[in-house]
Design a protein around this ligand. Structure first.
Ligand SMILES: [Fe+2]
Ligand SMILES: [Fe+2]
Length: 138
């Protein structure tokens, strides 16, 4: 059962990025399910790898998008995305060291970090870009 459901309040209003966020939500929920249902280690590791690869793809797309226009908060945006990787790497390291899921807390922390990033930081840069394109059309 998913730990969190996509809600249109998370939508930033840019279809491509919203589609990425929905996919990341699915992948995080998949990892959560594998943790909770104690799937075999190789399956859990594979789900984490799938999440890391898609996150890398998505973060690169956003960075490219943001680089198209000066944005004061771009360092904060990059820092938060880096923190996502740090948390994810810690989960992978602990899993490989213990050979099993020992706690759900780091994964819940990662999910919370992702939701916060979308709800605050991604919304913020989208508002910035929307305002800029509005200004340019005047
Ligand atoms: Fe982002
Ligand atoms: Fe994002």
């Amino acid at each position: 059962m998913p730990i969190f459901f996509w809600d249109d309040r998370y939508s930033i209003g840019y279809t491509k990025i919203d589609t990425h966020h929905k996919r990341l939500t699915e992948l995080l929920n998949k990892v959560y399910d594998y943790f909770v249902w104690e799937f075999p280690l190789t399956k859990v590791e594979h789900a984490l790898e799938e999440l890391a690869e898609y996150a890398a793809y998505h973060f690169a797309c956003e960075e490219q998008w943001i680089a198209q226009t000066p944005y004061q908060q771009s360092d904060l945006h990059k820092k938060e995305q880096g923190e996502f990787y740090i948390r994810l790497n810690e989960i992978e390291k602990t899993l490989s060291k213990m050979g099993m899921v020992s706690s759900l807390a780091p994964l819940l922390d990662l999910i919370n970090c992702f939701m916060q990033h979308i709800a605050v930081t991604d919304h913020s840069y989208h508002r910035h870009l929307a305002a800029k394109s509005r200004d340019e059309s005047i």
